[in-house]
Design a protein around this ligand. Structure first.
Ligand code: NAI
Ligand code: MG
Length: 366
């Protein structure tokens, strides 16, 4: 059956980097005889300009129907003064909320060719390949009660609540265990069970699930403060890190910086599986719309191309094609081609389109 993909390029550099994805899609159509059913629509500022809202209902419907959504980036200074209810970011938030994307996947992958350009010790990061699975829809960012209240005598207090239910823990744990099976079969679950009740429940429930058909996976537990230290001290000890919303927010940013530039970082957000076994999913680069370089053919398209590779691997069951792209990226980098954000001594600077050209050549050669 055809792979149904909804592409939402968005604003700023979004359409520029997405153009390079379309070229790889065309390459796959021709060379690998894979047929994609692709629809493209507006999100963010460009949707506001056309429809007055950052995500039209019709686009939302398409996202719910698609096998996967691939998004560029949203936002820009021309929409900064709008009321919050119609800001570009609201388009993204609506997609995440209505698709119920509860598991956020952030790989930290170190490409060989970038090791020397890094300011970190090469032996620490060469060969690094971590996947962080962050719970995205629960925990302290959403827990009730929350608010700021007067407690008398001129004193006030701000309240947030860290709360997780067993079903919230279980569904994200299942994602992490499933993923680990496609990797090195190791999961490190991270919380603070020593001082937090929700962390204690998290550890109990993950351990319980592990015994319910996942004991082929090597499971370990770690406190979040130790994990942040270990990520910097010896990151290669990890395969999959499973963690909650708050700790995942920080640990994924730390892990990302082990591997270099924003322009290289893909991500995926997964939701529930329906009766037919299809999982709701949205893929996007970690970076934003980069208004400072938009329209100049300078943006690094690799984060978005790697997000497309994740789409192939996790939504379309096309691991071989995902490998092709990832190996291609490695080759392009090894040949010394660089966009400005990852430029290093002795390398050749290329445009967004030039990077796409180089990747297509690398694909041809495999
Ligand atoms: P940003 O990620 O857009 O840019 C930060 C810096 O990194 C800029 O100097 C930019 O030129 C550079 N950069 C980012 N991606 C790059 C790429 N692919 N190639 C080369 N250089 C790259 O974050 P910033 O500046 O904080 O936000 C700009 C706009 O993007 C804002 O409107 C913000 O709200 C929005 N934004 C959207 C996100 C999304 O759509 N998921 C995420 C983050 C920000
Ligand atoms: Mg963050």
């Amino acid at each position: 059956s055809n792979k149904n993909l909804l592409i939402l390029p968005g604003d700023g550099i979004g359409p520029e980097v997405m153009r390079e994805v379309r070229r790889v899609v065309d390459w796959m159509d021709k060379r690998r005889a894979v047929t994609f059913d692709i629809d493209e629509d507006l999100v963010g500022g460009s949707a506001i300009d056309k429809h007055g809202v950052p995500l039209a209902d019709e686009t939302m419907d398409k996202a719910m129907e698609a096998d996967a959504v691939l998004l560029g980036a949203v936002g820009g200074p021309q929409w900064d003064n709008l009321d919050f209810s119609i800001k570009p970011e609201r388009g993204l938030l609506r997609l995440r909320k209505e698709m119920e994307l509860f598991a956020n996947l952030r790989p930290a992958l170190c490409f060989d060719a970038l090791v020397d350009a890094s300011s970190l010790k090469p032996e620490l990061i060469a060969g690094l390949d971590i996947m962080i699975v962050r719970e995205l829809t629960g925990g302290v960012y959403f827990g009730e009660p929350r608010g700021i209240e007067d407690i008398g005598n001129g004193e006030r207090r701000g309240i947030n609540t860290q709360v997780y239910t067993t079903s919230e823990i279980r569904r994200v744990t299942e994602v992490a265990f499933d993923l680990a099976r496609k990797r090195d079969s190791r999961v490190c679950s991270v919380e603070k069970a020593n001082v937090m009740e929700a962390g204690l429940l998290w550890r109990e429930e993950v351990t319980k699930m592990h015994g319910e058909g996942f004991d082929d996976i090597e499971l370990s537990h770690m406190y979040a403060d130790n994990c942040s230290m270990q990520l910097v001290r010896a990151p290669k000890q990890f395969d999959v890190i499973l963690t909650d919303n708050l700790f995942g927010d920080m640990l994924s940013d730390t892990a990302a910086m082990l591997t270099g530039s924003l322009g290289m970082l893909p991500s995926a957000s997964l939701g529930a599986t329906d009766e037919t076994g299809r999982r709701k999913a949205m893929y996007e680069p970690v970076h934003g719309s980069a208004p400072d370089i938009a329209g100049e053919n300078k943006a690094n398209p690799l984060a978005t191309l790697l997000s497309f590779a994740m789409t192939l691997r996790y939504s379309f069951d096309m691991g071989d094609e995902a490998d092709l792209i990832e190996n291609g990226v490695n080759k392009v980098l090894a040949s010394g081609k660089r966009t400005g954000d990852i430029m290093a001594d002795g390398c050749e600077i290329v445009s967004t389109e030039g990077m796409g050209d180089a990747l297509l050549r690398a694909l041809d050669e495999q």
